[in-house]
Design a protein around this ligand. Sequence first.
Ligand code: FE2
Length: 343
Amino acid sequence: MTMAGECETGEEVGCILLAEACLPEQRTVDGKAFPLVLTPSSPLESAVDACKLLHTCRPFLEQKLKEHGALFLRGFPLCGGVDFHAAVEALSWPTLPYIGSAPRTQVVGLVYTANDANPDVAINFHHEMAQIADASTWPSKVLFFCETPPLEGGQTPIIMSHKVTQGLWMQCPDFMQKLEDQGLRYLKVLPMVKDPAHISLQGWPVVFGTSDKEEAEERAKKNYNAKVEWLPEGHMSLSSGPFKATKDFGQEGGNAWFNMIAAYYSGLSHKVGMSPKQPYDVVFGDGSPLPEDAVATCMKLHEENSVDIPWQQGDLMIVDNFLAMHGRRAYKPPRQILVSLCR
Ligand code: FE2
């Protein structure tokens, strides 16, 4: 993998309405630009023009997304949630509802805020909804839109997922073999009511859309393949899985690192137990702890392979959710990044 520098701005990319652009943060992964940066070949007047172009170019964008893993679109005159929603509709990929416990606000249609977690919280790399048991609900595309760029930081970093799997097989083969054999269990405690100091942790009645414990248990089983235990004060403790840690989505070069280790690992559940103060962990399928050094190698591989493009107003990023992972850097507000999940 190298930093980009080989691409030429304005180069024809096989669609006369779009030209390739270059950004200093891009990389070349397996000989391809990551992400592929595209811009309109000639300036667009309005959001309506932008939507027409996106609609016309949809088959081309779909093909390039498969080849490159992520597309970054700059120079489209889109302003806010309504424009983004129109752009998503113009692309005509079926939109999906979000299932999970991330704090998100529905803006218009199935357009959400990307994540309402406090600005100082960095969100580790993950595939969207990889912790959900039913594969038919997984979005294959995650579309991001920058309504308001952050004052500082706040990038949505991306990595090609198979690079992490490849790197771990080379550096931690015993860990990878145990993962293959055992899979992973995710442990999580959802409080009864959201603690305002811990905005990233939703209350279980909000997550499951019911305050009936039996109904919530049913939904936890269906969505997460989770067993539930009730803790004092009505907190809900979930143990879900086992799930496979990697998935074959047909990527040349290896399986995707399709798991939530980076988002869930704390290494604390065996030491202090689970509680709303210690709400996340991930363990092997047999319940044994993940080795700290292998998780550290995983996190190092994430950072080594990451591409962090600073957002500008109107930027769109389309991520193939089966080939690439994404996260969020901490930021200085304001920042408004919107998201839509598509099949
Ligand atoms: Fe996400």
